[in-house]
Design a protein around this ligand. Structure first.
Ligand code: NAP
Length: 439
């Protein structure tokens, strides 16, 4: 019997479990740990609440979770309740599928002003992540700035722009919906330090901005490259740029009917965040131009007013004491998922925050191949105690993991307390999740 511990129950964790089942069938026991009492990681707390169809992938993970040889052990924090060294002693292989839960820093003056948030915090807030439940962003000003030209920037801009009615069918948490309903924001500026051809926004998500009830996107036609140059782009990117061209062509008369403008400010690199009395009031930006695909400053600066700034510039993995970490890339130091024989990483913890949910599937299969190689070469032995050893240690330490059947009780309670037009109302405090798990 092989014993595998997977740390993190998001897509990377469950695809790894699925790959291990395919590799060893009934000959493997898999324990999936999570620091939260609820599974599925970014499917629950990262994917936008108004993109419910994407969340449907959790059904696939559920099938894996409910197999006899897979256990979910929630509310167990590795590094606090149990160390990596202890897990390595208990399991044949330990796979870190811990994602990239921390925001990359802009590294500039004013980043700590009130009203400035990283996207992990802001997205976590509207998605009910317990760590960000009390964020309470101030949306009483008229201008917001979203920094970055990726899909997360799009999610944040769209969520800020939607009306309450447009959240019907979503699982945005009540505390966020109530605050967003009081929003006085009229201008959302999306800052991109490069140009329209360099966006990292997928076509469908970008297209959604043209269909919002009270908001309208704006692109300055002067920022768009010659149309013929679009032919050089790969097809998906070309379609996204076609949306930007469409936004540039929206007539002023249509724009006048909308309360909120979502302005794409390209070639605009943030220099510092400006504030008054400890609160952000604007972003000083330097106009850039492209030089070999890189943004270089032109020296021309201006200020974009903002009482709310959300930095959507990417994420990084949390280092774990004793585990080699690559600071510059914000992920564990690894070669093809192998950190050391016996210790592996997968998903964003392996490659940094890139790709779609599906990208994690081949990653899961690839990390299982590394484990197979290390078992075959004798680098790791199959003589570990596995879950039984963990259970004994948990008992001795008074750790009570939340199991998958407990999560199903939490899930049922969340469905039961949902608003009439929502699939669920998430618990946003760990204590409340545990209470629901206990029935
Ligand atoms: P991302 O795709 O890496 O985009 C980050 C953006 O931040 C880029 O435009 C980057 O510009 C910019 N940036 C980085 N450092 C900056 C700085 N110092 N100043 C100004 N701008 C800076 O990251 P993300 O949007 O956080 O998304 C993470 C991953 O999740 C991506 O793979 C994304 O596709 C995925 N995701 C997908 C969906 C979806 O499919 N619906 C939704 C959300 C997230 P440069 O290009 O110039 O570096």
């Amino acid at each position: 019997m092989k014993h595998i511990a997977i740390i993190g129950s998001g897509p990377a964790g469950y695809y790894t479990a699925e790959a291990a089942q395919k590799q060893w069938g009934d000959g493997v026991m898999i324990d999936i740990f999570d620091r939260l009492p609820v599974p599925f990681g970014l499917i629950r707390t990262g994917v936008a609440p108004d993109h419910q169809s994407i969340k449907g992938v959790s059904k696939r993970y559920e099938a894996v979770a409910q197999s006899d040889n897979v256990r979910f052990l929630g509310n167990v924090t590795v590094g606090e309740h149990i160390t990596i060294a202890e897990l390595e002693n208990l399991y044949d292989a330990v796979v870190l599928a811990t994602g990239a839960p921390h925001d990359k820093k802009l590294g500039m003056e004013g980043e700590d002003l009130s009203g400035v948030y990283g996207s992990a915090a802001f997205v976590g807030w509207y998605n009910g992540h317990p760590h960000f439940a009390t964020l309470d962003p101030d949306v009483s000003g008229t201008s917001a700035v979203v920094i970055g030209n990726g899909n997360v920037a799009l999610d944040v801009a769209r969520i800020l722009a939607k009306t309450r009615a447009e959240f019907a069918g979503s699982d945005i948490v009540a505390h966020a919906l109530d605050i967003l309903e009081t929003s006085r924001i009229e201008q959302i500026t999306i800052l991109g330090r490069r140009g329209p051809h360099q966006i990292a926004m997928t076509t469908k998500e970008l297209g959604e901005l043209a269909h919002l009830e009270r908001a309208c996107p704006r692109v300055d036609p002067a920022d768009l490259p010659e149309e013929g140059e679009d032919a050089l782009l790969e097809p998906g990117q070309r379609k996204s740029v076609t949306h930007l061209r469409g936004f540039a062509a929206i007539p002023e008369s249509h724009r006048a009917d909308k309360d909120i403008e979502i302005d794409f400010d390209f070639f605009a690199s943030p220099k510092r965040l400006i504030g008054e009395g400890g609160k952000v009031t604007g972003v000083e930006v330097e106009r850039t131009k492209l030089d070999g695909g890189r943004a270089v400053g032109t020296g021309e600066t201006y200020v974009v007013p903002a009482s709310l700034v959300v930095c959507c510039i990417g994420y990084q993995t949390s280092p774990i004491p004793g585990v080699p970490f690559e600071e510059s890339a914000g992920r564990f130091a690894n070669v093809d998922g192998r950190i050391l024989p016996g210790l592996y990483c997968v998903g964003w913890a392996r490659r940094g925050p890139s790709g779609t949910i599906g990208t994690n599937r081949p990653d899961g299969f690839s990390v299982v191949e590394r484990i197979v190689e290390d078992m075959a070469s004798g680098e790791i032995s199959g003589t570990h105690q596995g879950g039984e050893g963990f259970d004994a240690l948990a008992k001795a330490r008074g750790i009570e993991p939340v199991r998958f059947r407990d999560w199903k009780k939490i899930e049922a309670a969340e469905v039961e307390r949902a608003r009439h037009d929502a699939p669920r109302e998430k618990f946003v405090h760990v204590d409340h999740m545990i209470e629901a798990a206990k029935g």
